[in-house]
Each structure stands twice: as C-alpha cells, then as structure tokens.
Write a protein that binds this ligand. Structure first.
Ligand code: HEM
Length: 194
C-alpha cells in the first residue's frame, strides 16, 4: 500500500536524519543512503524536501540505479503531475503509484541483454559453421579432395563471412557505447548494451 504525501509534508523532510526527495512522483527517504550514494551525500541533502526529478534525469542514472531506488521509496506525491519528459533521455520509471518490486536489482540471466546477444551470436555461428562444413564437404567431394585449392578457398570464404559477422556485431556494440548517451553531462559510469 503506497502512502500519499503532500508537497508541504515533503518540504519538511530536509535534514540528514529525514531526507526525502521526489523523483517522478515517488517519495524516497534517502537518509540511510547518503554515505553510499556514488554521487555524494551533498547533492542528495541539497535536494532533500524537494522534487529532484529533473536533476536525477539530467545526471543520466543507469537502470540499475533506478531499480536500487525501490528500497528507499516511502510513498508517492498526492496529485502528482509529471514534469515534461526530457527529449534526450529515456523515461525509466513508468507510474508513480504502482509499487516497484523489491530485490529486483539483479537482472535474471536471460533478461540480461548482453547474455541474450551472446547466445544469439553463438547459435548463429554454430548454424553458419554447420552449413559451411556441410557445403565444404560436398564441394570438396566434387572438387579435388579436401585440401585442393578450391576447397581451401571455400573454407577461407566461410571464415571471412563468420569473422565479418562478429566484427559487425562488435562494432555495433562499440558504436552504441560511444553514442547512446549524448552530451558530457550524461556520460554514465557504466554502459547499458542493447
Ligand atoms: C534514491 C535516489 C538515488 C539513487 C538510488 C541514486 C543512485 C545512484 C547510483 C547507483 C549512481 C552510480 C551511477 C549509476 O549507476 O547511475 C549514482 C550516481 C550519481 N548520482 Fe545518484 N541516485 C539518487 C538520486 C540522485 C539525485 C537526486 C541526484 C541529483 C542530481 C543524483 C546525482 C548523482 C550524481 C552526480 C552521480 C555521479 C555520477 C558520476 O559520478 O558519473 N543522484 N546515483
């Protein structure tokens, strides 16, 4: 059950012992997090008692930071109307009143996008390898044995195709890591891969 608080009630919670901040309509008590916050305690204390949504978004917090917040939520702002979304950022939190699941900071193995991408890559490589070996086998029967010039060329072409695919995938991830976040102030301490 989510408790609703007025902005006046929240404004009073601006001390280290009771530091409440509003992010996307949710109220968080960050008193116990002040010393653990990677961005420092001062920034949280400065915003205690107020709506920190735009500052929070501007820093470009990661999705895991958004998940870690769940344990600090103490309620929601009564009658909260969302601030306009910044065009350059993705909105991570969807609804102010829907409770977040606690303990969800660890992403299940197959929901992790890097693991998914690796599994797809391994499956595609295995499939390509099977096709390649089969084709090579048939071709080398028709050509002059497995070590003839033609058979070796077919093997080389297959190798180039496979490594080309891996290169494209690698470059795509690298490109994403460089340009997904725009502007120096949104540069995060770690990347979210597609
Ligand atoms: C409950 C609220 C908050 C939580 C749980 C939280 C959590 C985090 C985490 C986990 C990081 C490490 C980077 C990341 O994973 O994104 C971080 C960095 C940071 N946060 Fe917060 N944060 C909160 C609120 C805020 C607010 C309101 C501000 C105000 C501007 C802020 C400013 C920063 C800054 C400046 C950094 C450092 C970024 C860097 O060093 O690159 N945070 N925060």
């Amino acid at each position: 059950m989510i408790r609703n608080y007025t902005l006046a009630q929240i404004a009073e919670a601006n001390t280290p012992e009771k530091a409440w901040i509003v992010i996307h309509g949710r109220v968080y008590n960050v008193s116990s997090y002040l010393d653990d916050h990677p961005g420092g305690r001062d920034v949280l204390l400065e915003l205690a008692g107020s709506d920190a949504t735009s500052d929070f978004d501007f820093v470009g917090h990661s999705k895991s930071a958004a998940k870690a917040m769940a344990e600090f939520q103490v309620g929601a702002v009564a009658g909260y109307t969302a601030a306009p979304e910044r065009a350059s950022r993705q909105q991570v939190i969807v609804s102010a009143t829907e409770p977040q699941k606690l303990g969800s900071a660890v992403t299940p193995f197959f929901q992790n996008s890097t693991v998914r991408a690796l599994v797809v890559l391994v499956l595609l490589s295995a499939a390509a390898l099977c096709c390649g070996l089969r084709t090579t086998y048939h071709l080398s029967e028709q050509l002059n044995g497995p070590f003839s010039l033609q058979s070796v060329s077919v093997n080389l072409v297959m190798l180039l195709l496979l490594s080309g695919g891996a290169l494209v995938f690698g470059m795509r991830s690298y490109w994403h890591s460089l340009f997904h976040y725009r502007g120096v102030f949104e540069y995060p301490p770690h990347y979210i891969f597609p």
